[in-house]
Design a protein around this ligand. Sequence first.
Ligand code: C5P
Length: 224
Amino acid sequence: MSKAPVIAIDGPSGSGKGTICKLLAQAMGYHLLDSGALYRLVALAAEHHGVSMENERALSDIAAHLDVQFLTSVDGDKVVLEGEDVSLAIRTEAVGMNASRVASLTLVRKSLEERQRAFAELPGLVADGRDMGTVIFPQASIKVFLTASAEERADRRYKQLKSKGLDASLADILVDIQQRDERDQNRSVAPLKPAADAVLIDCTHMSIAEVEQEVMTLIRNRGL
Ligand code: C5P
């Protein structure tokens, strides 16, 4: 197993994990694993290949053989699937919903385990997901469970979409978030829950800078 330290950040959709993980990875000079992107990629690849979101065997095959590259450049990060830039395509609400469906399938999760663990290279890794601290990196040096009320998360998502000039309904977003929470928390395999040794941070009334500060304090206290 890799000796690289792992900072595992888990939590529900829209809690701000993505933003915090990027900031932490930059501040620490660590690698970043966006595990949600992998489930989104499986859902998108399945769509491209006409595979049903219920066909567990075919989906796990897609997950095991995902042809994906995570590229970083000065122009921004890119996710390339089978040679095609899908950075935006994987971020739609529809793909997110299908990602949460394929993520409830045991064989799909198994197919992605080793790929995720391979991200743990020196000097270290910031891992963003739902089961980073419980299943994928139980030995993580730091485990944080970042959450916020469903209403606050829906409101943040609504403002984000509006600021991009996109049409959005706050009520619809809230229902989507509640459905996704329900599915993520109640699935039988790797349900969304804090690891026993995770530090819980409820960021409903916190700024991004305050959350980053709190996690950086945990990291420094661990001597990383
Ligand atoms: O984090 P993101 O919204 O991109 O994740 C998409 C979906 O993938 C989530 O709704 C969740 O169901 C699933 N997921 C998961 N385990 C992870 C990361 C994401 O089940 N480690």
